[in-house]
Design a binder for this molecule. Sequence first.
Ligand code: NAD
Length: 425
Amino acid sequence: MSLLVAGKAPATDVSSPLEEARAQLAAAVGVLGYGEGLHKLLGTPRRELTVGIPLRRDDGSTEVLTGYRVQHNFSRGPAKGGVRYAPNVDLDEVRALAMWMTWKCALLDLPYGGAKGGITLDPRNYSKAELERVTRRYTSEILPLIGPERDIPAPDIGTDEQTMAWMMDTYSVASGYTVPAVVTGKPVSVGGSLGRASATSRGVVTVALAALAHRGLKPERTTAAVQGFGKVGAGVARFLAEAGVAVVAVADQYGAVHNSAGLDIPGLEAHTAATGSVVGFAGAEALAEELLELDVDLLVPAAVEGVLNESNAHRIKAEVIVEGANGPTTAAADKVFAAAGKLVVPDILANAGGVVVSYFEWVQGSNAYWWSAAEVEDRLKARMLAAWDGVTATAAERGLSLREAATVTAVQRVAEAHQIRGLYP
Ligand code: NAD
């Protein structure tokens, strides 16, 4: 099988995430009938910062890394978005991810705009002490942009709760007091929310089950494949299995495993925690084919952008595709899927559970009053299902795909906020 190296472009015929994001915006603007000026305003990041990050390596040498923070839009509230550590991070990718965050927050009716950040580095090549120094220096460099009322970072690929704890501490030291609400996705012991770690996966599975029901598919008679076994993919596999779906294949950047009777997901999680990869799991065989092209009912790409593209779209067999990752499907693949009658649940809806519970975490942190896990889960589910109902209703009314309906809804909300505030000066 042709497994991809993490962070590398998946195929040569794929347009960049930024081109994809801009094409999606252009399509929504076309449906809404907006003029060129508003289109340009909605497509242009409001702030971008590129920073050099000098790092003292453990061997005493100095390396200079590059980091970014892009605030795409904040008409509806403070900017919000993850921080990615990966070897292919560049300004254009961060711009695309920031734009998607704007739409995601608007679609879920959260009082936020969109942002994203990242550092071009492969975290596997750095010690924990080096990653702490990189994170703290990056945080200091972007300090003027972030804050609980300005821009609130969260984890993404290659970052985690520990990264957020270092960012929160660095910001708090500079402020002179503890500011938990400057980041979300923190450990619970320093003001994180119960249920945040699993929120994206829970949200993906909530809409995946709604999508299966929409197609008349019963979970216990459904098979699924999940690409990516990290913070999002592992939880997706676990919650799908708990709902009765047979998760027959899972891939990470090192390889893929398969069991036609359904994988033992808790066992696979334990194996991955111990070895760093799904490869070699005793309860499965190595997958000889391309995971994305397996004959399953449900496919969840939960790794990187652009994996479903012109070169493989016509070989995808799954009837329902639920985007755990941001930007996994190119516009060319979307067309092939529409013609084949597949149901594609777009990223800005499907993986919004993370930012929904990030919002809950920010609200809890701002009020220093924490909710129970059950409260978080119930409110997350209600928000996800309300967004699902809204998007499917808009798609049916206007004859749009779910992606078009979701983007149109979100873009319209951002445009309304902008227009009612007016243009300064
Ligand atoms: P992560 O770093 O925790 O996990 C990424 C996983 O993908 C790993 O298992 C890695 O091995 C695998 N992977 C990487 N490249 C691959 C490839 N080419 N083929 C197969 N597997 C590959 O990251 P994450 O937080 O789980 O994020 C995954 C996706 O979900 C990203 O697109 C991210 O933007 C999106 N997302 C994450 C969150 C969140 O809360 N973490 C929220 C919304 C969206």
